[in-house]
Design a protein around this ligand. Structure first.
Ligand code: BGC
Length: 358
């Protein structure tokens, strides 16, 4: 009798767990989502893909996750392929935001909705929603960090700091906005001479680095240091990306910089290596973009286009892609440095102390 009761109890538990899971899983049951990510060469996109996949699978969706390794043509073929497989929605973080109009139109014709992930899809009416971070806000946060750290607003008469800029890819709308945000804060100090850019390269056109290449950033830094900073140290490297910060670090080491004259170096993404470099002093700050949060906002958009629910939107004005203004959800970027990484990064369980070598 006891055995029978125990068996009944176990069966009831199994059944109720099954029902609970089935409840969460039914939203996406029988539906396929294709995710086209730009590259695995930078850690952030690996995390973005993994988070999106896990969160969608938890809702019962089948997920096809693809990376294009920064190859525009490869991404075009991947999206063509996802359309041919008749997925129910395609999420795209573009390699080149303007190069996908043909395949986007094909998907639209096939009745497949598209959600833009992190990078706005340009020149198309085939995109339903956009999930990202406040990209101009990222630039402002970098600019404000430099402004505060060097107390630029109260610089004494005759005090100046040298600065060089390493901005993002010209085919990525985020990079344009980031530069605008940086310059909103720093342009006045370039104008009044508190900041001095010895190469004279401050415009977006002069400072953008195609495909966010770490190697190019390193080469530029090497050239700048050799040609413009032989007699005077570089005080600030305003870098738009953690990857650039790694390249700049190598160039500085090769040029003989030490902790005595190490410049302020900014970054973006709070990659694991960047946070380690912040702890050891080789990078000053980064922008913390919680990819788990971004993925969760994007998932509400995928649900919306597939199941007709209402996604969370907090911006309906900013992101015009030259054809339509795309309803967006923008997460808030936060500056991270030595003073707050424990609270933000470890406290937020983004990385464990073990991952950070502690
Ligand atoms: C993203 C950044 C990232 C950069 C390079 C941008 O589109 O918004 O977070 O650092 O691409 O991968």
């Amino acid at each position: 009798m006891k055995k029978l009761l125990a068996l009944l109890l176990v069966m009831t538990m199994v059944l109720s767990i099954g029902i609970t899971f089935a409840g969460a899983e039914t939203v996406g049951a029988g539906k396929k989502v294709g995710i086209a990510m730009p590259t695995q060469s930078s850690e952030r996109w690996i995390n973005d893909g993994a988070n999106m996949k896990a969160q969608l699978e938890a809702l019962g969706y089948e997920v096809i996750l693809q990376y294009a390794e920064d190859d525009v043509q490869m991404q075009v073929s991947q999206i063509e392929n996802l359309t041919a497989q008749q997925v129910d929605c395609i999420v795209i973080a573009a390699v080149d935001s303007g190069a996908l109009t043909g395949v986007e139109a094909q998907a639209k014709e096939a009745g497949i909705p598209i959600v833009a992930y992190d990078r706005l899809l340009m020149d198309t009416d085939a995109v339903s929603y956009y999930a990202s971070f406040d990209n101009e806000g990222v630039g402002r946060a970098i600019g404000e960090y430099i402004e505060t750290a060097k107390d630029l607003a109260n610089a004494a008469e005759g005090t100046s700091y040298t600065i060089e800029f390493f901005m993002g890819s010209p085919d990525d709308n985020n990079a344009v906005l980031l530069h605008q945000g940086v310059m909103k804060v720093l342009q006045p100090y370039l104008d009044n001479g508190v900041l001095v850019c010895k190469t004279g390269r401050t415009s977006f056109d002069d400072t953008c680095i195609l495909r966010w290449s770490q190697e190019t950033a390193q080469q530029w830094a090497e050239n700048y240091l050799a040609s413009f900073y032989a007699d005077e140290d570089l005080d600030i490297a305003c870098s738009a990306f953690d990857g650039f910060a790694y390249g700049i670090r190598s160039a500085l080491e090769a040029a003989g910089y030490t902790s005595e004259n190490w410049p302020l170096i900014t970054g973006q993404d709070a990659e694991l290596m960047a946070v380690k470099n912040i702890i050891s002093g080789q990078q000053t700050m980064s922008i913390y973009k919680d990819t788990r949060l971004l993925a969760s906002k994007c998932v509400t958009m995928v649900n919306a286009v597939i199941n007709g629910t209402e996604p969370e939107i907090n911006d309906t004005e900013t992101y015009n892609n030259n054809v339509i203004t795309v309803p967006s959800y923008l997460c808030t970027p936060v500056a991270v440095d030595l003073s707050n990484y424990e609270e933000l990064i470890i406290g937020g369980e983004y990385y464990t102390p073990e991952q950070l070598g502690q």
